[in-house]
Design a protein around this ligand. Structure first.
Ligand SMILES: C[S@@+](CC[C@H](N)C(=O)[O-])C[C@H]1O[C@@H](n2cnc3c(N)ncnc32)[C@H](O)[C@@H]1O
Length: 214
């Protein structure tokens, strides 16, 4: 059961909504597909930090239920407008912080996803987001940049993209990389790694995911 409340937290970037959809979503389409391929049919999924919902829409084609939440009202309102143009009955978007998920979401999901969220989250909130996620699911796919970046043009381009996303974002990104990215984070929390995959390619850059449990 999901209770509808208004989030007391809103975190908007100039990049959210239209710009994110036009400039970033096409670049991460293949990356999203890697995750979609990992998810079994008819499962229930919570997509935490769903942004404009690109991955959530892809998942809604094969999953029983998908809930996307995001701390940015601009991201969620973009996702909701897109949703209104579809026939999906199994997809919901909520404006809410992943650090407070259990305050409004009482459902249990087969799997949770944190796709490119933790590198842009304030350092002190990362652990809380994962802790809250484990109240809703037993397994989480954490996907983010490969750390360290490759020493090629893809790696250099990604650093520029992260810088252009704004000072607050860049600061979080730097602390995420400094602390070892996904590997450092998962190790620090003592999470069990069920499977993992990483890739480097010229267009998307470099990514990694891990399915983790406690
Ligand atoms: C780089 S975007 C990734 C969006 C989407 N997962 C994707 O892969 O396209 C990071 C997203 O995380 C969201 N976010 C950051 N902190 C959050 C939090 N505490 N709770 C929920 N969403 C958060 C941001 O608003 C943003 O939409």
């Amino acid at each position: 059961m999901t209770k509808q409340k208004k989030s007391d937290e809103d975190r908007i970037s100039y990049f959210d909504g239209y710009l994110y959809d036009k400039l970033i979503v096409p670049r991460i389409a293949d990356w999203n597909q890697v995750i979609v391929d990992r998810i079994e049919y008819n499962t229930t999924v919570i997509d935490i930090g769903c942004g404009v919902g690109a991955l959530s829409f892809m998942l809604a084609n094969k999953c029983k239920k998908v809930v996307g939440i995001d701390i940015s009202s601009k991201m969620i309102s973009f996702a909701k407008k897109k949703l209104a143009q579809t026939n999906f009955q199994n997809l919901t978007f909520l404006h809410w912080s992943g650090a407070q998920s259990s305050a409004i979401i009482t459902d249990h999901f087969d799997i949770g996803i944190l796709m490119m969220v933790l590198h842009e989250t304030d350092e002190e909130k990362r652990e809380k987001i994962v802790e809250e996620a484990f109240k809703m699911t037993n397994r989480i796919i954490i996907s983010d940049y490969l750390n360290p970046f490759p020493l090629n043009s893809a790696g250099r381009n990604l650093k520029v993209v992260e810088f252009l996303a704004g000072l607050r974002h860049y600061k979080s990104f730097r602390s995420w990389m400094r602390n070892g990215g996904i590997d450092g984070f998962v190790k620090n929390l003592g999470l069990k790694i069920e499977n993992e995959k990483q890739w480097v390619e010229p267009y998307t850059g470099c990514g990694k995911f891990m399915t983790v449990s406690r």
